[in-house]
Ligand binder design. Structure first.
Ligand code: SD4
Length: 336
């Protein structure tokens, strides 16, 4: 690295140190996840990590926890597409670059576990729609009733009044949010959940990184729309030589920039997790500064030393961290 580049990197990293682990030493095991709803998710993952379990088992356990929350905006309790159908996207990736994903999956409670089965039992990475459902049924998953959660039903009815096709996502900075208990997901003041994606990254005692993402995706999307969450390199990327990253926000913008792959590549160049997330956010904003004012994208990264960081376009993105030393929610830095 030449001196000029080193100075640039140092300058970028220095003010961020208060937001992340010092850049010396290692912290393991550790799990980080998107949003404040990541606190109980991290607790579920920690159960495994703290007993010398693998990061892969830990991230799956965390995702299963949130998929079980019936009134949560992730999983079958989530908001439907514009036809009133909940379709789920999910992926998982381990330290050896094994990965599996499902997209547009209907009526299956644990898309993360189906994604893991795709990874472990097939030569493929991504199964979609009816094929993904068929695969799930063949692998012992059961079909849940086609029914919206109470919250989703109410919100969908309201949306139908105008049926305005204007997907809104993660706009904490526009609408005020209130907390329903320290570990509950944040909600808008009108009671509707403000985000619908859980991404988590873990480093285990053997220094192995894994990641998982599970989501019902953007509310009121066109039936068949797939976001960034199940796409390796967009919603999730893991490279054990460097680190891992996940994203939340408007998936289309993340796909366009191969967002999490970009974050990991910046970490490979020597950027800290926070600085790498910032560089990826800047790339999105630079391409369309006007549009960026109206959308949210947040990246969260964990490197293979257990150092973490996040960066978002707008204010409001937060993430949760759990290690032997900390258990807390941290506000992400933001560009605008
Ligand atoms: C998507 N990225 O479907 C997801 C949505 C999300 O918080 O992250 N919501 O585009």
């Amino acid at each position: 690295m030449n001196r000029r580049k080193f100075l640039t990197l140092s300058a970028l990293s220095a003010p961020l140190l208060s937001f992340q682990r010092p850049l010396t030493g290692s912290t393991k095991p550790i799990v980080v996840s998107t949003w404040d709803s990541g606190m109980p998710v991290n607790a579920a993952a920690w159960e495994i990590l703290s007993k010398n379990g693998t990061s892969l088992d830990a991230v799956e356990a965390g995702a299963i926890y949130i998929e079980n929350q019936i009134n949560c905006c992730v999983g079958l309790g989530g908001y439907p597409d514009r036809d009133g159908i909940v379709t789920l996207d999910s992926c998982i990736m381990d330290e050896k670059a094994n990965c599996g994903a499902v997209a547009g999956l209907e009526r299956i409670k644990h898309p993360i576990s189906v994604a893991r089965k795709v990874m472990e039992n097939t030569p493929h990475v991504l199964l979609v729609g009816a094929g993904a459902q068929q695969f799930a049924l063949e692998n012992g998953f059961t079909l849940e009733p086609q029914q919206l959660s109470e919250d989703a039903q109410k919100a969908y009815k309201e949306w139908l009044k105008k049926s305005e096709y204007k997907p809104v996502i993660n706009i904490e900075n526009i609408k005020p949010v209130k907390q329903h208990g320290p570990f509950a997901p944040a909600f808008f003041d009108d009671g509707s959940p403000n985000h619908d994606t859980m991404g988590l990254l873990a480093l285990d005692n053997l220094f192995n990184l894994s990641g998982a993402v599970t989501t019902s995706g953007m509310a009121y999307k066109i039936h068949g729309r797939v976001g960034d969450s199940p796409i390796i390199g967009a919603g999730l990327f893991v490279d054990n030589e460097v680190g891992a990253a996940t994203s939340s926000g408007v998936g289309e913008e993340v796909i366009r920039t191969c967002g999490t792959h970009t974050v990991v590549e910046f970490m490979r160049q020597g950027y800290s997790p926070t600085a790498a997330c910032k560089k990826a956010v800047e790339r999105i904003v630079k391409r369309n500064p006007q549009k960026a004012k109206e959308i949210q994208v947040g990246f969260l990264a964990l490197n293979n030393k257990g150092q973490y960081g996040a960066y978002a376009i707008q204010k409001g993105f937060v993430f949760s961290v759990k290690s032997a030393m900390e258990n807390r929610i941290i506000p992400s830095r933001h560009l605008l």
